[in-house]
Design a protein around this ligand. Sequence first.
Ligand code: NDP
Length: 257
Amino acid sequence: MSTTFDGRVALITGGSRGIGAAIARRLAEAGATVAINYRSNAGAADELVEELRAHGHRAEAFGGDVTDPARIADVVARVVEEFGALHLLASNAGIEHFAPLADITLADFENVFRTNVGGQLFAVQAAAAVMPPGSRIVLTSSVSARTAVHRHTLYAASKAAVSAMALNLAPELAEAGIAINAVAPGGTATDMAAENGADYVHPALAGVEPQQVTRSMNALGRLARPDEIADAVAFLLSQNASYITGSTLDVAGGWMR
Ligand code: NDP
C-alpha cells in the first residue's frame, strides 16, 4: 500500500478550515502540492499555507466562491498556471442548513443548491477539462443523504444529489481516465457542527444538547475528527483505490439509521 502523492497537484475547495484543512494537511504530508480554495476567510487560508510551508510543503491559497462557475474556472486556471498541472480535486466546500419546511425560501434553496450541488458540479467540470488521465476526484456528500434528521430536508437533498453526481459522472469521466467518488461523513467536529442549533433537536428531545444527539446516532458514540475524514479522502484520491469509481464511502462511525 502506497499513499504517496509526490509530484501530484491537489485542489481542495473549502480548504481553509475544518475537514478541508485536514485534507490539505493530509495530502501535503504525503507529498502533494496543495492549492487551498476558500470563500471569504483569507486569514484562515493564509495561516494554513504558512503552516504547511513551515513544514517544507508547497502550498498556495486561491480565493473564489464556488457558487460562481466562472470563479471556479478561474481558480482552476490559476492553479494550473502556478503549479503546471492539476491531478487531484477534493471538492469539499459546503454549507449547512436547518429549517422547518414552512420557513424554507427560494433564496435558501438557491443558496444551498448553488453551493453544495452547483459548486461541486462546476468544480468537477473545470477540473476535468484540464486533468490528465490518472487524475482522481472526491466529492463531499454526507450521511444526511440517506438518513432522516430533523428539519434537515434541504441540506440532505443537496447531499443526495452529490452522491448521484459521483455515480453518474463515473462512466463519463472514465473515458478520460479520471476516477470520481464521494465521501459521506457523519457528524464531524468542525465550525459547521458547532453551529448546529436547537432546530436540529426533535421536539421529543427538547433540551438535549445538539451534539449529544449526533453522538447518539453512531456506533462509536462520538463525532469524527476532521483528520479521520481526510484519511478516507486521501485513500480515494490514491492509486490504492484504483478499482473504485462512482462510489460514496460512509465515514460515519457506524451511523445507525
Ligand atoms: P466548515 O464550515 O467548517 O468549513 C467550510 C469551508 O468551506 C470553509 O473553508 C469555507 O471557506 C468553505 N466554503 C463555504 N462556502 C464556500 C463557497 N461558496 N465557496 C468557496 N468555499 C466555501 O465545514 P466542514 O469542514 O464541517 O464541512 C466540509 C464539508 O463536509 C461540507 O461539504 C459539509 O457539508 C460536509 N460535511 C460536514 C459534516 C460535519 O459534521 N462537519 C458532516 C457531513 C458532511 P471560508 O473559510 O472562506 O468561509
